[in-house]
Design a protein around this ligand. Structure first.
Ligand SMILES: Nc1nc2c(c(=O)[nH]1)N[C@H]1C(S)=C(S)[C@@H](COP(=O)(O)OP(=O)(O)OC[C@H]3O[C@@H](n4cnc5c(=O)[nH]c(N)nc54)[C@H](O)[C@@H]3O)O[C@H]1N2
Ligand SMILES: Nc1nc2c(c(=O)[nH]1)N[C@H]1C(S)=C(S)[C@@H](COP(=O)(O)OP(=O)(O)OC[C@H]3O[C@@H](n4cnc5c(=O)[nH]c(N)nc54)[C@H](O)[C@@H]3O)O[C@H]1N2
Ligand code: SF4
Ligand SMILES: [Mo]
Length: 710
């Protein structure tokens, strides 16, 4: 069987073929995958053996992907609510009725309140350009619906990195092989960016030192050469402490700073306020550790700093990301192969915004609602007009957004018309008036632009849609027609959309030279056109900031209400908090990062993955557990100012004292009392970009009490 045959033909039942695709999940690796199809059914799902990053293997969570595609709980037909909201009683209806119902309700809402009363809510069920990007744009723009501030994940770091160095431009992952020192800062690639791990291992074999900075001994930390465990949300202080040592010991790269940055003297002055002893008191690290790390960072080059979004999901996440993005400049590591910053690739190719959304042909977006405030928005924070209809796709906010009890209260509103388009009856879908069945990646066409490597990945449909499932974009096209919009860009099929967006983007981005729909379809994986001059980011010394330099002092921050110099302020949630067991109030900081076997709440209903991940749990240090009378394996109630969740305690010395860890993702409907950890997390916004603050979460933990009280 050759890989050449990429188009299934459902009319013939005797065919066996291999179909190229892309993993759609929110993961930087965007693996190239191959589906083996027999008689119209996918029988094997595996990694492309020839892809330079995928390297022939898939992560533990996506390996059993056919269990998701053919899951017995797949939604196959549109459903209409037949009971109370949340009661999970449904009746089957046809697509014609579903689409007509939505169009009628929306027309009525638009007539009385305007389209601003309709809120589309989506995030990262798939990262495809068509099924997420275009679906998130065109119809809503045409209607003039409310926009969504997409700030649940990494908004603060995205803005901080862009304003500091001019773009989210990371090196090729294989450039890590040139690094001598790699700082993995508040990031857990063994779970969240797995295909970088073999490269890290090889770099270590070649003599590189890997240092992980994380309050938890993650899988990544276990194989590092050094693991540093600061208090949560103190990373900006740690970074400024490193700068203090670098400047004080004359280890900074002054000629580089002079030539390529602005504001380094002001930054030096700021760093003066962070001597090691002071930073030790803030971070809970020995002063010697801070001094040693600074010296190593300055003298072991090339030195690379790699972080992702977990570390900035705190009240001070914006300034944390600013401080981290400044560090490579202080030691002159931007533009050096194997050095610099590895945050994200998203800036190399930015899809032509007009081709994606056609906004210039549409009414202006009336307002943007911060997705972290969904519960608040639905219960009164957003008015004039209030939100009357919510359309959710590629997202599961009851499971994944903060302060879930408020989200649920909003979704329970009888006057709110909610539509959820998903593959499964998620906890969010249970509160819908209409539930629409979505296709899986094997049943839809899309194009992917990874944020962790420098190729484009085309996804062919491998099988026909299950039941009556429809793709996101196909539903948008049906709704557009029902609403009477006849623009050609609301009618194109997915391939025509891809051709339009790729062509428009190629016109202003030489990295896409020679890349067309035809090539993408035929080759599946297409490398961006880097040249020796462009392959190392910033090698030309140019930064696409207003000054053309690294903006250590970044005046753009002022407009965002943030100090133009990085600084350390504890998150508001932690005001007055101490983790000193003798002096504190006994509350602990709860971190809720990635689960190894799920992607957010996606995949957290696949039996084999549920078994591997185990019961929803919380890791706690044995000393903290003993002080609360908690034994290993005991049920505990975890309670914050927002609410509580019941979890199973796992005692481990792998977490810092004062810190507890419960991975995100478990479905509330499988949890005790129908809850997950987001019943405790905060919907307060961070210092920058309306960022979520999941990890700035103080909780009390005690042995579970019966009966459970609210
Ligand atoms: N397996 C798996 N992979 C995923 C996901 C998933 O759910 N599961 N989610 C995907 C998504 S949506 C994203 S955004 C990325 C996120 O990718 P990562 O950022 O790598 O993942 P997180 O687990 O969110 O956070 C990383 C680490 O930050 C640590 N951390 C939290 N607070 C602090 C702090 O204040 N200081 C320091 N130094 N460390 C801190 C946590 O202990 C955690 O180990 O992963 C993606 N990949
Ligand atoms: N406590 C805590 N919570 C967190 C975080 C944290 O660190 N701690 N991290 C946050 C982060 S980083 C992120 S990115 C968010 C992610 O939050 P969400 O974007 O809400 O991600 P999921 O919970 O995985 O929900 C995605 C849904 O999309 C559906 N889906 C998948 N493909 C398709 C498709 O093609 N069409 C349609 N219509 N649906 C599809 C899936 O079945 C799934 O139900 O979670 C956040 N939640
Ligand atoms: S989740 Fe990430 S590592 Fe796993 S298959 Fe998908 S892209 Fe690859
Ligand atoms: Mo995310």
């Amino acid at each position: 069987m050759a890989l050449s045959e990429t188009q299934p033909d459902e009319t013939r039942s005797d065919q066996i073929h291999l179909v190229r695709g892309a993993c759609p999940h929110d993961c930087p690796d965007t693996c190239a995958v191959v589906t083996e199809v027999r008689d119209g059914r996918a029988v094997r799902f595996s990694a492309d053996p020839d892809h330079p990053v995928t390297q022939g293997w898939l992560c533990a969570k996506v390996r059993p992907y056919l269990d998701r595609v053919y899951h017995q709980d797949r939604l196959l037909y549109p459903l209409r609510r037949a009971g109370r909201k949340g009661e999970d009683r449904w009746e089957r209806i046809g697509w014609d009725e579903a689409i007509a119902t939505i169009a009628d309700r929306w027309r009525a809402i638009m007539a009385t309140d305007g389209a601003a009363a309709i809120l589309p809510y989506s995030y990262s069920g798939t990262l495809g350009m068509v099924q997420l990007g275009v679906t998130n744009g065109r119809l809503w723009n045409r209607m003039g619906a409310s926009g969504l501030e997409r700030s649940i994940c990494g908004a603060a770091a995205e803005l901080a990195v862009e304003t500091t160095i001019g773009g989210r431009l990371a090196p090729d992952p294989t450039d890590l092989l040139h690094s001598r020192l790699i700082l993995i800062w508040g990031h857990n690639p063994a779970s969240t960016n797995p295909h970088v791990m073999p490269i890290l291992r090889e770099a270590q074999r070649r003599g590189a030192r890997v240092v992980v900075i994380d309050p938890r001994r993650t899988i990544t930390a276990r194989s590092a050469d050094e693991h540093i465990q600061p208090r949560p949300a103190t990373d900006a202080a740690l970074a400024l402490g490193l700068m203090h040592v670098l400047f004080a010991e004359d280890l900074h790269d002054e000629p580089w700073l002079e030539a390529h940055s602005i504001g380094w003297r002001a930054l030096r002055e700021r760093a003066l306020a962070y001597p090691p002893a002071h930073v030790a008191a803030i971070t809970g690290l020995p002063a010697e550790t801070i001094v040693a790390l600074a010296r190593r960072y300055a003298t072991t080059k090339p030195a690379l700093l790699k972080f992702a979004d977990g570390v900035q999901r705190h009240g001070n996440g914006g300034q944390t990301a600013r401080a981290l993005a400044c560090l490579p400049a202080v030691v002159g590591q931007y533009g050096v192969r194997g050095g610099g910053l590895f945050y994200s690739m998203s800036g190399w190719v930015r899809w032509d915004a007009e081709a994606v959304g056609h906004a210039s042909e549409c009414p202006p977006t009336p307002r943007a609602v911060n997705m972290n405030r969904l519960g608040a928005a639905l219960t009164g924070e957003v008015s004039d007009p209030p939100i009357r209809s919510l359309y959710v796709f590629c997202a599961n906010p009851v499971a994944s957004a903060p302060n879930a009890s408020l989200t649920v209260r909003g979704l329970e509103r009888e006057d709110l018309f909610t539509v959820v388009h998903d593959l499964f009856m998620t906890d969010t879908a249970r509160y819908a008036d209409l539930v629409l069945p979505a296709t899986s990646q094997l049943e839809q066409v899309d194009l992917h632009k990874p944020y962790g490597h420098r190729h484009l990945q085309y996804n062919h449909a491998a099988i026909a849609p299950l039941g009556e499932a429809k793709s996101n974009w196909d539903v948008m096209r049906l709704l557009a027609r029902a609403l009477g919009y006849d623009e050609p860009w609301l009618r194109q099929d997915a391939e025509a959309v891809i051709a339009e967006v790729v062509d428009a983007t190629r016109a202003h981005n030489p990295l896409l030279e020679g890349i067309t729909l035809e090539r993408l379809r035929a080759e599946g994986t297409v490398a961006l056109r880097f040249t020796p001059e462009t392959e190392v980011p910033f090698a030309d010394g140019h930064f696409a900031t207003p000054s053309g330099k690294v903006e250590l002092r970044c005046d753009a921050m002022t407009a965002h209400g943030v100090d133009p110099l990085p600084d350390y302020q504890p998150p508001a949630e932690f005001a007055g908090h101490t983790d000193d067991p003798a002096a504190g109030d006994g509350r602990l900081v709860l971190l809720t990062g990635a689960a190894h076997h799920y992607v957010s709440s996606s995949l957290a209903n696949v039996p084999v993955l549920l078994a591997k991940e185990g019961e929803p749990h919380v890791e706690i240090h044995p000393a903290d557990a003993a002080a609360r009378g908690i034994a290993d394996g005991a049920e505990v109630d975890v309670r914050s100012a927002r609410g509580w969740v019941r979890l199973r305690a796992r005692l481990t010395t792998g977490v810092r004292r004062g810190v507890v860890v419960s991975p995100k993702g478990p479905w509330p409907q499988y949890g005790a009392g129908g809850r997950n950890v987001n019943w405790t997390t905060s919907d307060a916004l961070a210092d920058l970009a309306g960022q979520s603050t999941f990890h700035s979460n103080l909780v009390e933990i005690a042995p579970a009490r019966e009966p459970q009280d609210a």
